[in-house]
Ligand binder design. Sequence first.
Ligand code: ARG
Length: 274
Amino acid sequence: MLRLLLLALPCLGGSVLAFPAQGTGAELVGIVGGRNAPAGQWPWQVSLRKFNKHKGQWTHRCGGSLVHPKWVLTAAHCVMLTTLKAWDVRVQVGHVRLYESNQLTRVAQIIRHPKYNDHLRAKGGADIALLKLEAPVALSQYVRPVPFPPASLSVPEMSCWVTGWGMIESNRPLPPPWNLQQVEVPIVSNERCRRQYQWVDISITEDMLCAGARLRDSCQGDSGGPLVCYMKSTWLQVGVVSFGHGCGLPNYPGIYARVSSYVPWIRQHVPLQP
Ligand code: ARG
């Protein structure tokens, strides 16, 4: 349990309470408002681990997505400390449950976006980073990279999906056996999102994307994970979980790094797939 509580630390707005589970035993399993993801449904989902000395265990800290057999996309704030070295981080691919296997993949290099600002953190934008794996992972029904969109993509106000092992409400960790959660979230236009966020002094910039609704959101521990939309008969990763004001609050959708804004940067590092 404690291990998941530690996740809340690097996140903004972690102290704002989301709506409680409405008394009546209305079961809230979820990211926020989500349900168990079946194995193989989101084969690009990655769990980013850091070693916890107290537990003597590689502990889940963030999400990520496989974008190439050798590359993982995540949030810059997940690998924020410049003192953090590649060997301090490992990833798990191909499992919907955390800790059911202890096969982790080593990371060879961490590349944070050069515009990510350590002081402003997620609020400053460019909350995106790449992890180069030591060796390519073996692809299968459960392990497959997610395509990313063309730089020109503008995401309409449609329904998309976000996945992760993060909190199911603010300060309420996902219980064992820690099955990956999925929730359908509506894309909110930047214009509307900007108006909603003006009251809490957060500016929504063009390289951010908003998605979510009351009781449908990502939360602490989901950061770095993928927001995907089914478009042109394929899943495309349009966002990386970044931050938000609380989780699942009405009129405060989750804020994501807009992947299409970073395609040229990703392409600079990640080769086209073999
Ligand atoms: N910063 C959080 C993390 O590190 C993600 C928060 C997402 N919040 C939201 N309301 N969608 O895991």
